[in-house]
Design a protein around this ligand. Structure first.
Ligand code: SF4
Ligand code: SF4
Length: 427
């Protein structure tokens, strides 16, 4: 595998938008009539399933499919289970979709409140894995990869997204409290917070070392942030956790405080909503609310041919239905006008070199794409640094031939991971 110098900006040209002097105020979306939760467990058999249609569920109850399967969702509303069905996520990932008919009379589950009376580190994985921002608390239990640094990300990773900026701008006390709790629960003292450069000041008592992140995209993507904040390079094919660093959204930190203060796992997600005309809004919606309800709250219509995107314009991924739910990790929801959706093509690469010039990881993208198109994934990794890609999307953005480079890259990484895990199983 090639070992190149990893990052280096070539020409600053897309900048993150800072929150304006008149910050957006989140509009609360009414609790849904039906809530939908996706659990990271395949619905393999109906034997021994813990949840069944018609079963009553309390608000804030853990929804888990099998005793032996640790993945769960937290019911953001109480109600009765309407459907349980297999669900295919990205790249064919087998998951389960649970639809709940909201019934406010089902009461509230107090398991978290009981555990919070004498909390240990296990409360993070037992109850708080589905907090807004989707913290990877399970990584704290990986003994072979101990975490020594928590990196609180208060800069939004994608352009046009204001979710994390809103939290750090308005909930400083909750962030300070959450950092103190996290330190106490985990015993990790090295906590850093990365905030947008030139952003508001007054972090003196926040309880973490403050670092400022460049405002040029993609400086706030995790690997680049780590390089700026800690001077460490995440090697190709590795994750921040391989270096003992766990990134966590500032929204999760504030939600941690809310959970302990109310005795209920926080379930309200802040998300930036971008209308087809580019107007931005902030929504506060319960996790599990369907996307249609959020867009209706802002009077946003989705016409035939419009594209629905979860996440920002550079790193987001398409959504195929308005009935999909708001998830803990969904920081933004965009509707792109059909007339503005770039048409991808199978036009051949013309070797203009724009993708190479713009790539922050200094990958020879024009060569990489040839191997990916030919499905030669191992060669793409060995010869052209597929695994150094940080998924910033800039190459796709500039490609004059409209080649869906990011999609080829995502598929290549997925296929390579599958091949390697199969090798591990079969030796
Ligand atoms: S998405 Fe494209 S531009 Fe960004 S790091 Fe990967 S190859 Fe480079
Ligand atoms: S930007 Fe597109 S057309 Fe130009 S070299 Fe890269 S892949 Fe080829």
């Amino acid at each position: 595998m090639l070992k190149k110098s990893f990052f280096g900006f070539l020409k600053p040209w897309i900048t993150y938008e800072r929150i304006s002097k008149k910050p957006l105020v989140p509009q609360t979306v009414s609790p849904p009539g039906q809530a939908v939760f996706i659990i990271d467990t395949p619905y393999a058999t109906q034997n021994n399933v813990l949840l069944q249609p018609s079963v009553a569920v309390k608000a804030f109850q853990k929804l888990r499919l099998y005793e032996e399967a640790p993945a769960y969702a937290i019911a953001s509303v109480g109600g009765k289970i309407a459907h349980i069905e297999p669900y295919i996520g990205s790249f064919g990932k087998k998951q389960t979709r649970i639809t709940l008919d909201h019934d406010p009379h089902q009461g509230e589950d107090d398991s978290f409140a009981q555990a919070a009376a004498e909390p240990g580190v296990a409360i993070l994985t037992d109850f708080l894995e589905c907090l807004p921002g989707k913290p990877d608390f399970w990584r704290l239990q990986q003994r072979e990869k101990p975490i020594s640094t928590l990196l609180v990300c208060a800069a939004d990773g994608d352009v046009m997204v204001n979710t994390r900026q809103h939290v750090i701008n308005t909930r400083m006390d909750a962030v300070q409290d959450g950092i103190a709790r996290l330190k106490s629960l985990t015993g990790i003292d090295d906590v850093r917070i990365a905030v947008p450069k030139d952003f508001i000041h007054g972090y003196g008592h926040i309880g973490a070392t403050v670092h400022f992140v460049d405002t040029v995209y993609p400086a706030a993507l995790p690997n680049l942030m780590i390089q700026q904040v800690m001077g460490k390079v995440v090697p190709a094919g590795k994750t921040p956790e391989d270096l003992g660093i766990m990134p966590i959204s500032v929204e999760s930190i504030a939600a941690l405080t809310d959970s302990f203060q109310t005795g209920k796992p926080a379930c309200e997600k802040i998300l930036t909503v971008v209308a087809p005309d580019g107007t931005r809004h902030l929504a506060a919606a319960r996790i599990g609310t369907c996307i249609r309800s959020v867009l209706d709250a802002f009077g946003i219509d989705v016409a035939d041919g419009d594209r629905l995107i979860q996440g920002g314009p550079m790193t987001g991924s398409p959504l195929y239905s308005l009935d999909q739910p708001i998830t803990p990790e969904m920081d933004a929801l965009m509707v792109q006008k059909g007339t503005e959706v770039p048409a991808y093509a199978d036009t051949p690469c013309i070797n203009c070199g724009e993708c190479n010039r713009v790539c922050p990881a200094r990958i020879q993208v024009n060569m990489l794409i040839r191997f990916l198109e030919a499905r030669q994934y191992q060669e793409a990794a060995d010869l052209y640094d597929l695994l150094s890609c940080i998924d910033c999307g800039l190459c796709t953005f500039v490609c004059v031939s409209r080649i869906p480079i990011s999609q080829y890259i995502a598929l290549g990484k997925h296929e390579l991971a599958l091949a390697h895990s199969a090798e591990e199983v079969h030796g």
